[in-house]
Ligand binder design. Structure first.
Ligand SMILES: [Ca+2]
Ligand SMILES: [Ca+2]
Ligand SMILES: [Ca+2]
Length: 555
């Protein structure tokens, strides 16, 4: 009995001594309506005289919201906590905590370059898609949670999601989603739609989503990303409110058939609570599953310290959700940066985060910075880019079965990366020893893997006929690839170069083949024999290609 007591005390001491936890603030998950009355009843049973002084608030204005924040008197906080943990009516309870931004260490701006774009094969990926809407023309949205964003930065032109149902600045929640004036997102610090500038968030935002090909600054991974901004103070309660908002906006989007809310496919957060475990934050961790079931793949940054987080802890890195990818930081030698977290159970992969040129404050505009903070949004940008691929069956699967399709996408991203290394003393060892996949992100490889899972994906490139030409008396068809959207001119020649047929068809986005009806034309053409070699020629703008095929008339 004594032994048990000693062990328990030992386990509890660090929890109560921690500076990160806010001992008298809690997040509760509760399914019944009148939590005020329930807590009132509980407080009457507590021995502390100060137990009756408590303040409970729903996360947002929804009448049946299942998340609440609870503040109690500090002297009664231990008794409250023990009672609430035992209370079967409370589904989950956690203490609030202070979060800390993952570092972005400034570096010498003279070294400025976007070296990592070649490493993660972004240029090859951009030959397939540069981002933009999905095949149904629906916007693809990245949610970013951070401390603030310089929205007026020159390289953020046209990158922000705009809530179609919200009128800015009128103090009214026009779309009745529970958030007043949430036009480009929401400020969870001030409870307004006004986003204000902070350096960390501005650096994170640019790495993932700076505007590409606009003649300014840098390029994010997705040239045409739409970002929904969630400004969060360094406190877990507000972080969870922001995740809950992301969940609600995606749910609204799905429930309204795309007319309300936002088509959020990924959410990135580059901060957390170090040396804590997901089991201490059950409400927070459960949000990743809730978002994941709706099709949101979350990205988290491991700490900027050479720690095994499986052992020392980190939140959200140690949340056990399948829908969360936790990244560590790799450098231009493809080696894990020493000051970056690892963990064979909880750190999934490496993404470059060292010496990253990104957007900065209004004075310096751009800056070279380092840290897992940059790795996370780079991955989020890559996830959104994969959603922009022209893969009809992927887009259909994602619409009909968002949760499973998101898990499939996660598998592709983890497994298509390139294996890299880490330093252990003077030795170089495989990263697979200390992370889940052992890989560093390779976006182009991920796209190639997508085409294997979904065989209707369109790989863009110079004009080329990519399949044999099939032919019968009525029509001919072939698969092709192109990087242009101009009309396609199609010609059929015989071996002597005589033109037998010509037509012009519009380029159709998302259709990787051409099928041309030629009723009676060839069979009535005296030049066409029953069996002969013909050639199809394809011209689009200044590009030309062609292919021979063996024609056999059925007559
Ligand atoms: Ca609103
Ligand atoms: Ca409004
Ligand atoms: Ca740019």
């Amino acid at each position: 009995m004594m032994k048990r007591f000693v062990l328990l005390s030992f386990l509890l001491i660090p929890v109560f001594l921690s500076a990160q936890l806010i001992n008298n603030e809690f997040v509760l998950e509760y399914h019944q309506k009148d939590i005020q009355q329930h807590l009132q009843n509980l407080s009457g049973k507590l021995s502390s005289r100060k137990a009756s002084a408590f303040e409970v608030k729903a996360f947002s204005n929804h009448p049946k919201n299942e998340y609440y924040t609870l503040k109690v008197d500090i002297d009664a906080s231990e008794e409250w906590y023990k009672t609430l943990v035992r209370d079967k009516n409370i589904i989950n309870i956690e203490r609030a905590a202070i979060t800390k931004n993952r570092n972005t260490r400034p570096n010498d701006p003279q070294l400025a370059s976007q070296w990592y774009l070649e490493t993660i094969k972004a240029f090859d990926a951009w030959s397939i898609t540069k981002g933009g809407p999905d095949l149904n023309g629906k916007e693809i949205v990245i949610a970013i949670l951070d401390d603030g964003f310089l929205t007026s930065h020159e390289d953020f032109s046209d990158i922000f999601y705009t809530n179609p149902g919200e009128i800015p600045g009128d103090g009214i929640d026009n779309d009745a989603n529970g958030f007043i004036d949430d036009v480009n997102g929401f400020n969870f610090d001030t409870n307004t739609g006004t986003i204000t500038a902070e350096t960390h968030g501005t650096q994170v935002l640019g790495a993932g989503a700076a505007k590409g090909n606009n003649g300014r600054g840098i390029s994010g991974i997705n040239w045409n990303a739409k970002v929904i901004l969630c400004q969060v103070p360094l406190k877990t309660t507000e972080v969870q409110k922001a995740y809950d908002y992301v969940f609600k906006m995606k749910s609204l989007y799905l429930d309204s058939g795309g007319t309300k809310g936002a088509n959020i496919v990924t959410v990135s957060y580059s901060a957390g609570v170090a040396e804590r475990f997901g089991s201490e934050f059950p409400v927070w961790c459960s949000l990743y599953d809730k978002m994941g079931a709706k099709g949101i793949l979350s990205v988290g940054a491991s700490p900027n310290s050479n720690d095994n987080i499986d052992i020392v802890g980190d939140v959200p890195s140690t949340c056990e959700s399948k829908y969360l990818i936790v990244v560590t930081n790799s450098d231009d030698n493809d080696i894990k940066v020493r000051e970056a977290g690892f963990g064979p159970k909880h750190v999934d992969m490496a993404v470059p985060g060292e010496d990253i040129l990104t957007t900065n404050d209004a004075i310096s505009k751009y800056s070279l910075v380092s840290g897992t903070s940059l790795s996370a949004p780079i991955l989020a940008g890559a996830i959104s880019l994969l959603h922009s691929m022209e893969c009809a069956s992927f887009t259909e699967d994602y619409t009909n079965n968002p949760g499973n399709t998101t898990l499939m996408l996660k598998d592709i991203i983890l497994n298509s990366g390139d294996p890299i290394s880490y330093r252990s003393g003077s030795q170089i060892k495989p990263l697979s020893e200390i992370t889940v996949s052992g890989n560093r992100l390779n976006i182009h490889n991920a796209m190639i893997e997508m085409t294997k899972v979904y065989n209707d994906c369109i790989i863009k490139g110079p004009l080329e006929i990519t399949s044999p030409v099939s032919f019968n008396n009525e029509s001919f068809s072939f698969k092709y690839k192109t990087d242009s959207e101009e009309n396609l001119k199609i010609f059929i020649f015989d071996v002597l170069g005589r033109l037998l047929f010509r037509t012009e068809v519009p380029f159709i986005k998302g259709q990787p083949f051409i099928n041309v009806e030629v009723p009676n034309l060839l069979s009535e053409n005296s030049k066409v024999n029953q069996h002969q070699i013909l050639f199809v020629g394809l011209i689009q703008g200044k590009q030309k290609t062609g292919k021979g095929f063996f024609y056999t008339s059925s007559k």
